[in-house]
Write a protein that binds this ligand. Structure first.
Ligand code: G6P
Length: 622
């Protein structure tokens, strides 16, 4: 949710900033901007609405702005519509030409996050004679830095610290001061930011792919910490202004992992990376055909003593939880509640003190998931993160972390991270089942063997993608699509429906199959597409009956079931089969045709698959 970059060194900054922003565009793409300084000169600000290519065109790929120190931003609007004036960078002085051009002396900065008390701070600044040109909370933040800088005259670190004390909300903040040429000052709380130092240059970014080309050793700046950046140097400070040491972390994935690798869109590349993501995640905890959770930090004794699991997450990660609850309840006979993080954090429900709170998050930065984790910790509950991004806030703050090894995921619509999270939950459910005495040694061995076969079966499914492409072309102008299924199939439908609507903009909904007739069936018209999910044998007949109810009202039926269930063709107009596996793990296979369907519908409708409108990959605001 908004991407920020920074560079100070010896090369020209603008092309480096633009390239960094292009790797972060998945975080927001309403507008973008740069501020670059050439030595002692004042910073030049250039902004543009729309996607980053507009800014690149405006600056001749950065060649039109000179200077070796600069900051950049790609925006996902929160306060104020997407416009050139509201685009970052923001300046402490007055702004000319809709925010572009040389800035007045003072402070110029970019920000990712939300300043909750910005109105109160704005009122204070108005009383002190500041005027405002934009509707953003960021302009207030930058002007507040300027205010403290001028008032106390104790330097940038002091001014930023004084600002942070007054601010409520989340931020990854980057500022340049006219009086400090060649330097960038940064601070963060609850929004991601990393720093890289290599070859006499210093880089800042919201995420690793933006600087991976230059260095694999990155500094994860902690919450409420600041840094002063000069070419080839990063000095870190705490809130008291005292210097602190931060050790760099080595990034293990390759730069190519964050490139499209010949695919038209990241999403298709990531769909194809799912077998590997699942295999790598499995291998990280399988030791000689047994599950070993010692790296995760979960002991058998702890597993035995847990009496309740709360799975807390947002979006697709919540859908993983929805599937996982059935698996845990069945294999480990353990009660599970799945909560939307945005609800859980404010809910006053009685919590089981022997519960384990599992927070699932690809980015490890989702604001609601992070807040829910903190809430659980405050209440004294055991916590565990299932997280993809190493060193992210949830990974650092959870008592234990199960890392999914999906590698960097760039497309806004998640695919491989979902699959890796799902396999992590499968692994946990199987291990909980064994340790709690609900699975025999033989059942345990068989389930692990079935898990091991999943990556190969996923690859096989991907080979059949042309059928889905054909089907998508047929339904490219669909208005409404309904997904129905029971149990795990309902959870699969939730994810299939989200994939479809978020990238193809076709309205779709997922229902527990028995529920459709309690209202929604009135929306079924001649030709409405209804997708029936049929991977759970004991629920197969029931769901088929619900599909028939839709067909009687004119629906066109697609069935998604397991090879062998050929009888489905008597009811469905179009059928997709998945390879056989243990039914608990069917979601890992069934989700693939649904991801492909969403993808091909989006392509058929001529949309930008990787950057659907109004969305951002990592939602770091409430
Ligand atoms: C956004 C993304 C979704 C993701 C959700 C939770 O909405 O577009 O794909 O599932 O956030 O993100 P997280 O990083 O916590 O898994």
């Amino acid at each position: 949710m908004c991407g920020i970059v920074g560079f100070t060194g010896h090369q020209q900054a603008a092309p480096i900033l633009l390239e960094g922003l292009s790797k972060l565009e998945y975080r927001g793409y309403d507008s973008a901007g740069l501020a670059v300084r050439d030595g002692e000169n004042l910073a030049e600000v250039v902004k543009s609405t729309g996607k980053l290519r507009n800014l690149a065109e405006k600056t001749n790929d950065g060649l039109a702005i000179h200077g070796t120190c600069g900051i950049g931003h790609t925006r996902w609007a929160t306060h104020g519509e997407p416009s050139q004036t509201n685009a970052h960078p923001h300046v402490s002085g007055n702004c000319t030409r809709s925010g572009s051009g040389p800035v007045e002396s003072g402070v110029v900065g970019v920000h990712n996050g939300i300043i909750e008390n910005y109105q109160e701070l704005k009122d204070k600044l108005l009383r002190h004679g500041y005027t405002f040109y934009s509707q953003t909370d960021t302009e207030v933040l930058i002007k507040l830095v300027d205010y403290y800088y001028k008032k106390y005259q104790a330097g940038p670190i002091d001014a930023i610290n004084k600002t942070l004390v007054r601010v409520r909300g989340s931020y990854a903040l980057e500022v340049m001061f006219t009086d400090y040429p060649g330097e960038i000052f940064v601070a963060r709380k609850d929004s991601p930011m990393i720093i890289g130092v290599a070859g006499g240059e210093t880089y800042v970014a919201s995420d690793v792919p933006a600087i991976l080309k230059y260095t694999r050793n990155v500094y994860y700046i902690g919450n409420l910490q600041l840094a002063r950046l000069r070419p080839g140097q990063a000095i870190f400070y705490d809130l008291n202004g005292d210097e602190i040491e931060i050790e760099p972390t080595e990034i293990t994935f390759s730069a190519e992992a964050a490139e499209k690798g010949g695919y038209e869109y990241f999403m298709m590349k990531e769909i194809h990376e799912q077998p590997k993501a699942v295999l790598d995640t499995l291998n990280s905890v399988l030791k000689e055909d047994r599950i070993d959770l010692s790296e995760v930090g979960l002991t058998d004794e702890e597993i035995q003593n847990i009496s309740q699991i709360y799975i807390v997450a947002c979006g697709s990660a919540w859908h993983v939880g929805m599937a996982a609850q059935y698996i845990f309840e069945d294999l480990a006979e353990l009660p599970v509640r799945v909560e939307l993080a945005s609800e859980f954090r404010y809910r006053r429900m009685p919590l089981d003190s022997n519960a384990l709170v599992v927070v699932i998050s690809q980015s490890g930065e989702t604001a609601d998931s992070l807040a829910a984790l903190r809430e659980a910790k405050t209440k004294g509950l055991k916590t565990m993160g299932i997280v993809n991004v190493v060193g992210s806030s949830i990974a650092r703050e959870a008592d234990r972390v199960f890392y999914t090894l999906a590698g960097p995921e760039i497309a806004v619509a998640t695919t491989k991270a979902y699959s890796a999270q799902l396999i992590a939950c499968d692994i946990l459910a199987v291990q909980f089942g064994k340790v709690r005495g609900k699975l025999t040694e033989e059942q345990y061995g068989e389930l692990i063997a079935k898990l091991r076969l999943l990556p190969e079966k996923m690859s096989r499914l991907l080979e059949e993608k042309e059928r889905i492409q054909w089907f998508a072309a047929k339904f490219a102008s669909a208005k409404d699509v309904f997904f129905v299924g029971r149990g795990i199939d309902y959870a699969i439908g939730l994810e299939g429906s989200l994939k479809m609507k978020e990238i193809s903009y076709i309205h779709s909904e997922a229902y527990a199959a028995g529920e459709l007739k309690h209202g929604t069936i009135s929306l079924i018209e001649d030709g409405t597409l209804v997708i029936g999910l049929l991977t759970q044998q004991d629920l197969y007949e029931k769901t088929i009956s619900n599909m028939v109810e839709c067909k009687s009202r004119g629906a066109y039926l697609m069935g998604l079931t397991t090879y062998g269930n050929y009888g489905v063709e008597d009811t469905a107009d179009f059928t997709v089969y998945i390879p056989k596996t243990d039914e608990h793990f069917a979601a890992s296979l069934a989700v693939i045709p649904l991801q492909l369907l969403g993808y091909y519908l989006s392509v058929a409708r001529g949309l930008d698959v990787d950057k659907p409108r109004n969305l951002a990959k990592s939602v770091t605001v409430e």
